[in-house]
Ligand binder design. Structure first.
Ligand code: AMP
Ligand code: MG
Length: 270
């Protein structure tokens, strides 16, 4: 697999970052048919490594997915996890905070859902909403959200030190492609439940969101918890890229099966 391809999606730490260097329509030099075949092979590897991670029970992985509406967060999760052992994964979606969530700091609800040892956690939205929608819609003043980049870097570094590898993907969809997908949500009765009129407000705030994403990604991509910008106008590119990114980090962890109990060898089960 061209690891260079993944490296080209990874955002370098501590450098100014611009989305202009990335193209939502990029195919990364792949073609659809080969990509779909490769995805199945990547998933077999993911399955094998996930079993080892689970058996080892020492470390965990947290994959954060962030994106504008209709970029395909749900679709990516469904696609990558289908056919894999659900016991090894834990998916959490974060919506508008409610109830006790509003009575705590913004990381409280997130920390609670960080995967336990042996498990791969996937966040559909995350603590990044607290420097994205919260910033764009002025839910808190700049003096409050601007401190959060430091909190988030520290929080993710702590998770890394304590055994949770954090990997973050921004599914980068173009405004045109989003229009088509939102229109489809309106037109298709099976998809209409996903559409809210508020999605149109977010669309009018597109440039503000892009700026907020650039700041968030640029300021929180670290060697320990990198951001990847995944081209998301084509589902098959997006799916394979995210699967490969997850696989790459699992391979780096290289989880080991635990030593068997002493005396097992030679046991005959009658
Ligand atoms: P969806 O992912 O489409 O189900 O929508 C979830 C909604 O919750 C999105 O509009 C998010 O922007 C919003 N959301 C998630 N986290 C927060 C947060 N911390 N503050 C405000 N809104 C949030
Ligand atoms: Mg939505």
């Amino acid at each position: 697999m061209a690891n260079d391809t993944l490296a080209s999606l990874r955002v370098a730490p501590a450098k100014p970052f611009s989305l202009r260097q990335h193209d939502p329509g990029d195919t990364l030099g792949w073609n659809k048919e080969a990509a779909e075949t490769e995805l199945e092979a990547v998933k077999l590897r993911l399955d094998a490594l996930q079993v080892r991670l689970f058996a080892e029970e020492r470390r965990s992985v947290l994959l954060v997915l962030q994106a504008m509406d209709a970029a395909g967060k749900d679709g990516t999760i469904r696609n990558i996890l289908s056919g894999l052992n659900p016991a090894g994964f834990h998916v959490t979606g974060f919506g508008v905070p409610g109830g006790p969530e509003t009575q705590h700091d913004y990381l409280w609800r997130v920390h609670e859902m960080v995967p336990r040892k042996g498990v791969i956690g996937i966040f559909n939205r995350s603590h990044y909403e607290d420097v994205l929608v919260v910033r764009v819609k002025n839910f808190v003043p700049r003096s409050v959200w601007s401190k959060r980049f430091d909190h988030i870097r520290d929080f993710e570094r702590m998770l890394g030190d304590e055994g949770t590898t954090v990997v973050k993907c921004f599914l980068y969809v173009s405004k045109d492609e989003q229009r088509e997908r939102l229109q489809e949500r309106v037109d298709d009765p099976e998809k209409r439940w996903k559409f809210r009129l508020g999605d149109l407000d977010d669309r009018t705030l597109w440039p503000k969101y892009q700026k907020a994403y650039e700041d968030a990604i640029g300021r929180t991509s670290t060697a320990a918890a990198p951001w990847y910008v995944v081209p998301a106008d084509r589902n098959w590119v997006r799916n394979l890229a995210v699967a490969k990114i997850l696989l790459h980090h699992l391979e780096r962890l290289d989880p080991q099966l635990p030593e068997p109990e002493e005396g097992i060898e030679g046991v005959v089960v009658r």
